[in-house]
Design a protein around this ligand. Structure first.
Ligand SMILES: [Zn+2]
Length: 278
């Protein structure tokens, strides 16, 4: 029956029916749109229960460590050297520097790290770097946001240690850039991954002596003057996964200072602390 031949009441019914169907469809669509979030999460948790990021034991929340592994992490907390961020056994006073900072003053102002580089930290870093587990970055960045709290004052720009373009090809991502991105999210800071470039393809620092490391990364970085000017950058916090001897971040700091950045700090997830074996 076409509306033209039917009575007024039928036309109204047809229209209302159609209208009701539309409303119902809309409602269904709306509810269906909500499904993947709740249903999907529950389904995923049933099919793939969240596992410890280190040992793969079952855990309650995704992107977390189990209790046993978490206890193995050694957070670096005060008292520490205000310059190098190395932990002290006992407080020597607020401004007391470590022997290392006095003997060999670094070009950066302050370094902070979330945890001591031990077995668990090494496992996390190596999975972050080579295991294609970018979700680990969220876990690390959360700890880094707390460890570097005093560095975030004045809204510095976060700059990850860049990979050489040729090395980046072999990897799906730069772990330092992933850390910086997540840290920027937690600390509410801008991230500029292209401010500093690697202009020299260096050897891996692993296995080199402290002196070889310094030579290896000398002149390896160049700050991008155009980006610095365009972004009006005044303070930079370099982001890396691990500090070993610090030669990489020192070389990067020198490049930034040469390009006119007065204040450079650095934050890493882990750091090698003499006397604490990895
Ligand atoms: Zn575990």
């Amino acid at each position: 029956m076409s509306p033209a031949t039917g009575g007024g009441c039928c036309d109204t019914v047809v229209l209302m029916d159609g209208g009701a169907v539309l409303v119902k469809t809309g409602d269904l669509l709306q509810r269906a749109a909500g499904l993947p979030r709740h249903f999907g999460r529950a389904l995923l948790d049933t099919l793939y229960p969240p596992l410890c990021l280190n040992c793969e034991a079952a855990v309650a929340d995704a992107d977390a460590l189990c209790g046993t592994c978490f206890k193995e992490l050694r957070p670096i907390t005060a008292p520490l050297c205000p310059r190098l961020g190395l932990p002290f056994q006992a407080s020597l006073g607020a401004d007391a520097l470590s022997a290392e900072a006095i003997a060999d003053p670094p070009p950066f102002e302050r370094a902070r790290s979330a945890v001591i580089y031990n077995d668990v930290a090494r496992a996390i870093v190596s999975r972050l770097k080579y295991g294609d587990r970018p979700e680990l970055a969220r876990f690390c960045a959360r700890l880094m946001a707390g460890a570097g709290a005093e560095l975030w004052e004045g809204s510095p720009v976060l700059v990850p240690v860049p990979l050489h373009p040729l090395r980046q090809i072999g990897r799906r991502y730069n772990q330092s850039a992933e850390l910086a991105r997540k840290l920027g999210h937690f600390a509410g800071l801008k991230v500029e991954p292209t401010l500093v470039r690697r202009v020299k393809r260096t050897r891996q620092q692993v296995g080199l002596s402290a002196e070889q490391r310094v030579r290896n990364v000398a002149g390896a970085f160049a700050a991008h003057p155009e980006s610095l000017a365009r972004n009006g950058v005044r303070r930079v916090v370099i982001v890396d996964d691990v500090i070993t001897t610090g030669s990489t971040i020192k070389a990067m700091t020198r490049a930034l200072k040469k390009a006119g950045i007065a204040e450079v700090d650095m934050i890493s997830f882990a750091r090698v602390v003499p006397g604490h074996d990895a």
